[in-house]
Design a protein. Structure first.
Length: 230
């Protein structure tokens, strides 16, 4: 496994994958980090972070110019959307494929979820393949980045407000900051780096009263128990 990234000691890279994170699929960020830390521990440092953006070509370009790519996580600044806080449905993704279309078997102790709208159900989602040799602790980073000093690596265009996840180049400019974000977590991107997810499995709320945070927590606990034989 690659050497740990210490966000306090290492300067931000010039090119990297940047994703803004918050409440997702009815789960608090604290719960997501807790689950992903357990996933990381169970998989020898590897964890999978679901994203909605189809950034495969941009990831391929990042790999071309950066042999050891990183992903930087920042907390989203705007208020969470009602559909994220209380989605109608939540799914877990069962199958994955790599950038070249080959099948990838997700480890048993892995769980990638997303919200789903029954009026327009998703048939595809995506995930970053990440690694860290130290525990995942949101909020421990001190580095900041300015969205006005970032451009899309593949196109050279500014990063849009709707681009929750993007592959970017950091520009060294002296003008005033436009909107700064703190890097709350850094990790390596590990082969196969980026996954396209298939076969969503709908999750069920017990008696319609259990929140999605609890539903996913129960499913994850069972999955983790089965994978470790506990």
């Amino acid at each position: 496994m690659n050497e740990v990234i210490n966000s306090i000691m290492m300067a931000l890279p010039i090119t990297f994958c940047w994703t803004r994170i918050g409440i997702e699929a009815g789960q608090s960020l604290q719960s997501i980090f807790h689950r992903k830390e357990q996933e990381r521990t169970a998989n020898g440092g590897l964890f999978f972070w679901g994203i909605g953006n189809a950034i495969g070509p941009s990831i391929a370009e990042l790999l071309r110019c950066c042999p050891q790519p990183e992903v930087i996580f920042s907390s989203i600044k705007c208020a969470a959307r009602p559909a994220d806080v209380n989605p109608v449905n939540v799914v877990a993704w069962a199958k994955a494929e790599c950038l070249d279309g080959s099948a990838f078997e997700l480890p048993s102790p892995a769980l990638i979820t997303s919200r789903s709208d029954p009026r327009n159900p998703k048939i595809t989602h995506y995930a970053l393949v990440c690694s860290s040799s130290t525990p995942l602790t949101a909020g421990s980073g001190v580095d900041t980045l300015d969205i006005g000093h970032l451009e899309n690596l593949l196109t050279g265009r500014p990063v849009g407000a709707s681009q929750v996840t993007a592959v970017v180049r950091r520009l060294e400019r002296g003008d005033a900051p436009i909107r700064t974000y703190r890097a709350v977590l850094r990790a390596r991107l590990e082969a196969p780096f980026f996954l396209r997810l298939r076969d969503p499995v709908f999750l069920s709320q017990k008696d319609g009263i259990q929140g999605w945070d609890s539903v996913v927590g129960d499913i994850w606990a069972e999955k983790l128990s089965n994978s470790t034989g506990v």
